[in-house]
Design a protein around this ligand. Structure first.
Ligand code: GDP
Ligand code: MG
Length: 760
C-alpha cells in the first residue's frame, strides 16, 4: 500500500488535514506542539487506499527534541511514497525554510499551500505557478479546514508517488556548491541513501551526521578552514541557514502579493496588548479561569441570587416535576451551564436507578442480586456518569481557550512569571494539557529538549487537576457547601485548581534547587493569530473525551465497583454480612490510621476507613474515588438515623460526613491528597515510559511524599490556625537557606569558569 507522510511546521494544519483525509478525530489545537507522535490512517478516495501518516510539526530537519527526531527519521528511514509538505500560506517564507530542506531528500514531494481561505479573505494573492516553477514541485492550494482542494491534492500526490524524484538543493548557486557536490559524490560512492541531504547536513555540522560519517567529516573540516574569516566565522549551520533564507526571499517572495490591510494580524496584536500585558496578563488569566469554573460549577448564575435574593424552591405537588424544575432553578439560584447538565444527568440517573430497582423487585430477584446491581454496579456507574456532562462542559470551555489561541498566550505569560522559579513556558504547555488528561500531557513532554526539565514536568503534570479528578473536587466542595451554606462551590473548586498549579510551580522550584539543578531553557514560541474556535474541532475533541470516559465507566469503573461491593458485603468466610463485618471493613480499619495527619484517619468514627479505601481505588482510575463513595454510602447510611439521601451526586459525601464525622478540613486534606498523589494507573505507566531508566522510582517517592506531607500540613493548618505561623516560619527558613546558598553558588561557579578559561 502507498504511504504518504504529512510534514510541515507546527500549527500549519497537518492534523486538520489528517482528520479531513482519514475521517479521524485527532486533537487539533491552535498552538505549536500538539501532535508529538506520528499516527496513521487511511484515505480511500483514490484508485487504491493510501496510508496517511501525520507527523509532529518541525521547523527544520536538524532536530533538537525527541519529537522532531520522529519526523526526520520517518521521512529518511521509512521512505514514504510521497511527502505532502503542508505550508501555511499566510506565513509562506518561514514555512518554505523547511521545504528547502525536504527538497534535498530523494522522495516525491507535493506542496500543499494551506489556509488559502485566510489568504483569500485578506485579499492577498499567491502565484502557485511561480512557486511550481521555482521548486519543481507540484503546488496545490487548499484549505484543510474548509475541505477545499483536498481531492486535487491527493490526486497530484498519487501521481507524484508513481515517479522517482531526486533531491535538489537551493544552495547550488551559493559559495558552498562545490563542497556539497564533493561530499555528495563521496557519500554516493558508499551507497548512502539521500546523499545530497546527508552531505548538506554534514556541512552544517549536524551532530547525528558527524557521528555517522567520520571520514567525510575530515574532508569538510579541511574545506571549512578557508571560511574562518567569513562573516559567519566558520559557523556553517548559520551560513547554510542564511543561504536558504536569501534564496527564499529572492525567489519565492515574489510569489506573494500582499494587499494593504493586514487586518486580522493587527487585531490579534491589539488583543495581545491586553491579554499578554506584563502586569495584567496573569490577573486576566485568573479571571478567565475563574469565569470558566463559575460557569461549570456555580449553582447561582452570575451570583444573581446572592445579590438580589429572589430564588426559592418551587413546589408543584408532583415530586418528579419538582425535581425536574430544580434542575434549572432552585433556592440556590439559576443553574450555570455546568450545574444544569449535572442536575439533568442526576435527574436521569435517579429515574433509571429507581426503574432498575423496581424492576428487580418485581421479578423477585434474589437479595444479593438486587444488592449487586443496585448498590454495586449501578451505584458506581451512576456516580461516575452523573459527573460526565459537567466535565464535558469544562472541557468545552478549555477547548475554546485552546482553539482560539489563548492557551499559547498562557504559556507565554506564565513563562515570564515562572522562569525565576526554574520553569519554562515550553514545559507549561504539557502541564496545561494536564487539565484534560495526564496521559497525553506526559507524552507531550517529548517536545522538551532538556532531560531534567522533562522529568520534573512529568512529575508535576498530575497536579494540574485532570477531568477524572474533577468529580472528587465537585462532590467534596458540593458537600462542604451543602453543610456550610456560606461557601461558594465554584470558588472552592477554583481555589483547589489554583492550589494544584501553585504546588506544581513550588515543587519545580524546589527540584530546581535540589535534585534537578540546571539552566532553564529559553522559550521561543510563535504566538498563532487568534481565530474563532471551530465548532467542528470542538465537537471532535469533546467526542473523543466523551468516548474515553464512557468506555472507562463501563469497564474499569464497573469492575472496581463490583469488587468494592463484594468486599463490603461479604465476610472472610464467604457469608453475606453487613458492612461493619465485611472484609473491606477489616482491611480498611487495618490501614486507615496512616491517614490521621491528613484528617481522615483515627479521628473519624466507625466508618472512617472508607476514605482510605476510596483513595486506594483511585490509584486505578480517579473516577473510582467517587464510585467507591457511591457504593459504600448507602450501606453506611442505613446505619445512621439522620441519613438523608436527598441530592444526587453530592449526597453520598454528605452522608459520609454525617456517618464518619469528618470535618471540612479533613475533606480538603483528602481531596488534596488525591490531587497530588500518584495519578491513575494509565498515567503512571505513561510517565514511566517517558522517564529515563532508574529515575522513575524517585518520581513515585516524590508523588507519595508530596501528597502526604502537603495534605497533612493543609489539614493541620486549617484545623489549628495558629500552626500556620510555624509552617510559614519553616518555609521562610528553607527559602532563606536557598537564597543564601545561591548567592554562594554564583560566586563559586564564576570562579570555576575563570579557572577553566585559563587552563585552555
Ligand atoms: P498542526 O500543528 O500542523 O497539526 O496544525 P493543526 O491541524 O492542529 O491546526 C492548527 C490550527 O490551524 C487550528 O486552529 C486549525 O483550526 C487551523 N487551521 C488548519 N487548517 C486551516 C485552514 O485551512 N484554514 C484556517 N482558517 N485555519 C486552519
Ligand atoms: Mg498536529
Amino acid at each position: 500500500m502507498l504511504k504518504f507522510a504529512l510534514a510541515g511546521n507546527p500549527n500549519s494544519g497537518k492534523t486538520t488535514l489528517f482528520n479531513t483525509l482519514t475521517g479521524s478525530t485527532a486533537h487539533v489545537g491552535n498552538w505549536p506542539g500538539v501532535t508529538v507522535d506520528k499516527r496513521d490512517g487511511l484515505y480511500k478516495k483514490l484508485e487504491e487506499p493510501v496510508s496517511i501518516v501525520d507527523l509532529p510539526g518541525i521547523y527544520s530537519l536538524s532536530p533538537y527534541t525527541p519529537e522532531e527526531v520522529v519526523s526526520r527519521n520517518f521521512i529518511l528511514d521509512e521512505k514514504p511514497d510521497c511527502v505532502i509538505n503542508i505550508v501555511d500560506a499566510t506565513n509562506l517564507e518561514r514555512n518554505l525554510y523547511l521545504t528547502t530542506q525536504i527538497m534535498e531528500i530523494d522522495v516525491p514531494i507535493v506542496l500543499a499551500l494551506n489556509m488559502m481561505d485566510v489568504v483569500k479573505k485578506r485579499g492577498d494573492k499567491l502565484d502557485a505557478k511561480k512557486l511550481e516553477a521555482e521548486t519543481g514541485l507540484p503546488v496545490i492550494e487548499i484549505s484543510a479546514l474548509k475541505t477545499e482542494g483536498v481531492q486535487e491534492l491527493m490526486e497530484r500526490a498519487y501521481a507524484a508517488a508513481k515517479e522517482k524524484r531526486e533531491g535538489k538543493t537551493v544552495l547550488q548557486k551559493s559559495a558552498l556548491a562545490h563542497v556539497i557536490d564533493d561530499v555528495k559524490i563521496a557519500l554516493k560512492a558508499q551507497e548512502v541513501d539521500n546523499p545530497l541531504f546527508h552531505a548538506i547536513k554534514l556541512i552544517e555540522g549536524d551532530e547525528l551526521e558527524v557521528k555517522m560519517h567520520p571520514s567525510e567529516t575530515r574532508m569538510v573540516e579541511e574545506f571549512k578552514k578557508q571560511f574562518a574569516d567569513d562573516v559567519f566565522a566558520g559557523d556553517f549551520e548559520a551560513m547554510v541557514a542564511d543561504a536558504r533564507y536569501k534564496y527564499i526571499c529572492a525567489h519565492f517572495a515574489r510569489a506573494v502579493t500582499r494587499s494593504q490591510s493586514a487586518d486580522t494580524l493587527s487585531k490579534s496584536d491589539k488583543a495581545d496588548k491586553v491579554l499578554t500585558h506584563r502586569i495584567w496578563g496573569i490577573p486576566i488569566f485568573l479571571v478567565i479561569l475563574f469565569g470558566l469554573f463559575h460557569l461549570t460549577f456555580g449553582e447561582d448564575l452570575l451570583y444573581l441570587n446572592s445579590i438580589f435574593g429572589f430564588a426559592k424552591d418551587i413546589d408543584t405537588g408532583n415530586e418528579v416535576l419538582n425535581a425536574f424544575i430544580a434542575v434549572f432553578y432552585s433556592s440556590a439560584g439559576i443553574s450555570t451551564p455546568g450545574v444544569l447538565v449535572f442536575n439533568l444527568m442526576g435527574f436521569v440517573t435517579d429515574q433509571i436507578g429507581s426503574l432498575i430497582a423496581t424492576g428487580l423487585t418485581n421479578v423477585h430477584a434474589a437479595a444479593w442480586a438486587q444488592g449487586l446491581v443496585n448498590d454495586g454496579i449501578w451505584a458506581g456507574l451512576s456516580g461516575v456518569l452523573s459527573f460526565i456532562p459537567q466535565i464535558m462542559v469544562l472541557f468545552l470551555f478549555i477547548s475554546i481557550l485552546e482553539d482560539s489561541g489563548y492557551m499559547a498566550r498562557v504559556a507565554f505569560i506564565l513563562d515570564r512569571a515562572c522562569r525565576k522559579f526554574g520553569l519554562s513556558g515550553r514545559a507549561i504547555i504539557p502541564m496545561i494539557m494536564g487539565f484534560g488528561c495526564s496521559v497525553p500531557a506526559a507524552i507531550n513532554t517529548r517536545t522538551l529538549a532538556d532531560e531534567k526539565e522533562r522529568i520534573l514536568t512529568t512529575r508535576v503534570i498530575p497536579f494540574f487537576t485532570c477531568g477524572a479528578k474533577t468529580p472528587i473536587l465537585a462532590a467534596v466542595c458540593g458537600a462542604i457547601a451543602a453543610r456550610y451554606t456560606n461557601i461558594n462551590v465554584d470558588l472552592l473548586v477554583f481555589a483547589l485548581y489554583i492550589f494544584g498549579m501553585a504546588m506544581a510551580v513550588l515543587m519545580v522550584a524546589f527540584m530546581r534547587q535540589t535534585t534537578m539543578r540546571g539552566e532553564v531553557p529559553p522559550f521561543i514560541m510563535e504566538l498563532p493569530a487568534y481565530h474563532a474556535p471551530q465548532a467542528h474541532n470542538l465537537m471532535a475533541h469533546l467526542w473523543d473525551k466523551l468516548k474515553h470516559y464512557i468506555q472507562k465507566a463501563f469497564t474499569i469503573i464497573v469492575a472496581s465497583a463490583i469488587i468494592i461491593w463484594f468486599l463490603s458485603n461479604f465476610s472472610w468466610n464467604w457469608k453475606m454480612v453487613g458492612i461493619e463485618d465485611s472484609i473491606l471493613h477489616d482491611i480498611g480499619s487495618f490501614v486507615y490510621w496512616i491517614c490521621t495527619p491528613m484528617g481522615f484517619g483515627l479521628q473519624l468514627s466507625a466508618f472512617g476507613w472508607v476514605f482510605v479505601v476510596a483513595a486506594v481505588t483511585g490509584l486505578i482510575a480517579k473516577e473510582n474515588v467517587i464510585a467507591t463513595f457511591y457504593v459504600l454510602a448507602p450501606a453506611i447510611g442505613m446505619l445512621i438515623p439522620e441519613w438523608d439521601d436527598g441530592e444526587s451526586g453530592i449526597g453520598a459525601v454528605v452522608a459520609l460526613m454525617q456517618a464518619t464525622g469528618i470535618t471540612w478540613q479533613g475533606l480538603l486534606g483528602f481531596t488534596i491528597f488525591n490531587m497530588l498523589t500518584l495519578p491513575c494507573l494509565a498515567a503512571v505507566t505513561t510517565v514511566k515510559a517517558e522517564t529515563p531508566k532508574g529515575k522513575f522510582r524517585y518520581t513515585i517517592i516524590f508523588w507519595a511524599l508530596t501528597s502526604y506531607i502537603t495534605s497533612s500540613l493543609v489539614y493541620v493548618m486549617l484545623t489549628w490556625w495558629w500552626t500556620a505561623f510555624i509552617v510559614a516560619a519553616v518555609i521562610a527558613l528553607v527559602v532563606a537557606y536557598f537564597i543564601l546558598r545561591n548567592k554562594g553558588k554564583i560566586n563559586l561557579s564564576f570562579r570555576k569558569k575563570r579557572r577553566s578559561v585559563k587552563t585552555e
